[in-house]
Design a protein around this ligand. Structure first.
Ligand code: DGL
Length: 278
């Protein structure tokens, strides 16, 4: 074990790559008092087209790494990992690893509040192939809002565009327009779209450009930050274990140099990362 299991420890934030930084940014805005450890598995991103078993294996490895660094609470700031690995980790792995530790995702806090946004009760979900084929959004939304219609579209090219720094270039336009058209032709009543991938906020200007009419676009950063804040209020036993020093550390399984140059676009501030192996 690399670090001692301090009683007070940072909150772990995990993503396959850079996307989780859009969530961390909002979490830090809402809850600046806590310490955070960010882990991006950039060496193996994207996760979106990988099998259930692989996403589960990679996510579990990453969560264990953050536990080894002392975290008591880890947020999967990744929809693909939340859709494919979270439940198994919560139900099967945590009781064995340490029943006092917690892992939370981004899908639940998003689906819980979607009823506050859609007037037509008709929402669209954009996500990776893994997230969409898991039907997690469909299942979770209809659990909370049984009369809500949910339409989905997988956008397998969007994460690679972001990870490869092509998200604001003209080449991205074709894929964004194509996927938006595919989603919106499923129903004329869609009034709200969930950006069900934490990489997608980087594409928001392009997405707005290709929307044929005005729609509510929901990113998950603020939603997850509010969800975490509520969780810590409801769970004082966990809150007291979270260290409060306003410190953020960034780890990547990929190149530090690449991470540092890309991450500031997601996080909005300069970032200095450290490479780690899982
Ligand atoms: N940010 C991840 C998500 O929210 C991207 C997954 C990927 O690596 O493809 O789904």
């Amino acid at each position: 074990m690399e670090d001692t299991q301090n009683k007070h420890s940072p909150i772990g934030i995990f993503d396959s790559g850079y996307g989780g930084l859009t969530v961390l940014k909002e979490i830090v805005k809402k809850l600046p008092q806590y310490d955070y450890l960010y882990l991006g598995d950039n060496a193996r991103a994207p996760y979106g087209t990988r099998s259930f078993e692989t996403v589960y294996e990679y996510t579990l490895e990453s969560v264990k790494r953050l536990f080894n660094k002392g975290c008591h609470l880890v947020i999967l700031a990744c929809n693909t990992a939340s859709a494919k690995a979270l439940r198994t980790i919560q139900q099967k792995d945590l009781p064995i690893i340490d029943p006092t530790k917690r892992v939370l995702g981004v899908i639940r806090p998003t689906t819980e509040i979607i009823g506050n946004y859609s007037k037509t009760k008709c929402v669209g979900v954009l996500g990776t192939s893994g997230t969409i084929s898991s039907n997690s959004y469909l299942i979770e939304i209809t659990k909370f809002f049984p009369d809500m219609e949910v339409y989905q579209e997988a956008c397998p090219m969007w994460v690679p565009l972001v990870e490869n720094n092509e998200y604001d270039k003209p080449g991205a336009d074709y894929y964004i327009k194509q996927n938006l058209d595919n989603l919106l032709k499923q129903s004329k009543n869609i009034d709200t779209i969930i950006l069900g991938c934490t990489h997608y906020p980087l594409l928001i200007n392009k997405i707005k450009q290709f929307l044929p009419y005005e729609l509510t676009l929901l990113s998950q950063g603020e939603i997850t930050a509010n969800g975490l804040s509520d969780y810590l209020k409801r769970h004082p036993e966990m809150e007291t274990k979270c260290s409060k020093g306003g410190m953020i550390k960034f780890y990547t399984t990929g190149s530090e140099e690449n991470f540092n140059s890309q991450a500031s676009k997601f996080f909005g501030k300069e970032v200095k990362s450290k490479h780690i192996n899982l």
